[in-house]
Design a protein around this ligand. Structure first.
Ligand code: COA
Length: 335
């Protein structure tokens, strides 16, 4: 049975940098509060005049990943696209990406809606398709444009300071060589009892017309979050998932060469690192520069590590995520 190996990575973020001081000009917050609570120093936002969707960022990220893999759009035989901020209500962004990137007609495009765990859900699905022999080259993308949906008033400040825009892509391919490289194990979880701890109510198919004036007035189209509950569950679930996924492939925490956790809050990443007893050189964080880019965060960090030469052939690379749903998961690869 083939394994799934990463053939190329890429990312794309908007040029516009939004600092904490920029946010402090929009609502009551401060650089000191945001840094201390979240570790975030800046994030990227698409232009306010509009016109840039996640699929535009994803297209650039995918081009870079394909180039790194030595492949072209015609080599892609499946697209898996993870996002919580699709360009439009429907169809899914996978189809928009397919058209913009010129991936041949007929190639399937699957959209994954698992928020901050979207990349890992997509990775597990991709791995299954590749191991079953269904597809040879899968383009897996995580992309978000959050900035158009952030409440830029005092009422939304707890959420707005956290999120940024960005996209990242990974090309995965079948490895039949038996050299032990590839995805070793994945693990996915959800607990829908917490679905409304971090969510956006509107637009909503349970309401006639899907979006009412009352909903907009009540700001139901902006994300709502109980930050403390998210924090508490994240630092419990990610270490547990990592221990479990490592156990599945006979590895221990000490075998990890590089851990990339979902970049939700630097304090969460540091708490996970501490619980696992990992050294600083075994982890990578870039939330300081991008904020929480949700489905894009793990592949964006991965691409930066690849380009910085932090991953060598044979390295054990682990991922863990936690986010809205609640959903969480982990994966381990031999690079
Ligand atoms: N700037 C300044 N003050 C802010 C603020 C902001 N951006 N956002 C909230 N506050 C205020 C609150 O109003 C509150 O004031 P009060 O004490 O007068 O009521 C105070 O800061 C503390 O709020 P609280 O929500 O208890 O802070 P916290 O220490 O829990 O930090 C988060 C808030 C959001 C940073 C933190 O809970 C967190 O990061 N949680 C995880 C969220 C996350 O990762 N979400 C994405 C998951 S994928």
């Amino acid at each position: 049975m083939p394994t799934s190996v990463v053939l190329g990575t890429g990312h794309c973020v908007p040029e516009r940098i939004v600092t904490n001081d920029d946010l402090a000009r929009l609502f009551d917050t401060s650089d000191a509060w945001i840094r201390e609570r979240t570790g975030i120093e800046q994030r990227r936002w698409v232009p306010d005049e509009g016109g840039t969707g996640g699929s535009d960022l994803a297209t650039e990220a995918a081009r870079t990943a394909l180039q790194a893999a030595g492949l072209g759009p015609a080599d892609v035989d499946m697209i898996v696209y993870a996002t919580l901020s699709p360009d439009h209500f429907f169809p899914g962004d996978g189809c928009f990406l397919q058209a913009k990137l010129d991936v041949p007609a007929g190639v399937p495009a699957l959209d994954v809606r698992n928020q901050c765990s979207g990349f890992l859900y997509g990775l597990a699905v991709t791995d299954s398709f590749i191991r079953s022999g269904s597809y040879q080259h899968v383009l897996l993308v995580g992309a978000e444009v959050h900035s158009t949906g952030l409440d830029r008033s005092n009422l939304g400040r707890d959420v707005t300071v956290l999120f940024g825009d960005g996209a990242a892509a990974v090309v995965l391919g079948a490895n039949d060589s038996g050299d032990g490289r590839g995805i070793l194990a994945t693990e996915l979880h959800a607990d829908g009892r917490h679905a409304k701890v971090l969510w956006t109510d509107a637009p909503s198919c349970v309401d006639r017309g899907r979006m009412t004036v009352e909903q907009i007035q009540a700001r139901r189209h902006f994300a709502e979050m109980s930050g403390r509950r998210v924090f508490k569950h994240a630092i419990e679930c990610m270490p547990a998932a990592l221990h479990s996924v490592l156990g599945k492939c006979g590895l221990a925490v000490a075998d990890i060469d590089l851990l990339i956790t979902h970049q939700a809050n630097l304090r969460i990443c540091e708490a996970v690192q501490k619980q696992l007893g990992l050294r600083d050189d075994q982890v990578f964080n870039n939330i300081m520069r991008y904020g929480n880019t949700t489905a894009a965060s793990i592949p964006l960090a991965l691409d930066e590590c690849v380009r910085a030469g932090r991953i060598r052939r044979g390295s054990i690379v682990a991922f863990a995520s936690f986010g809205a749903g609640f959903t969480w998961g982990a994966a381990v690869l031999r690079w």
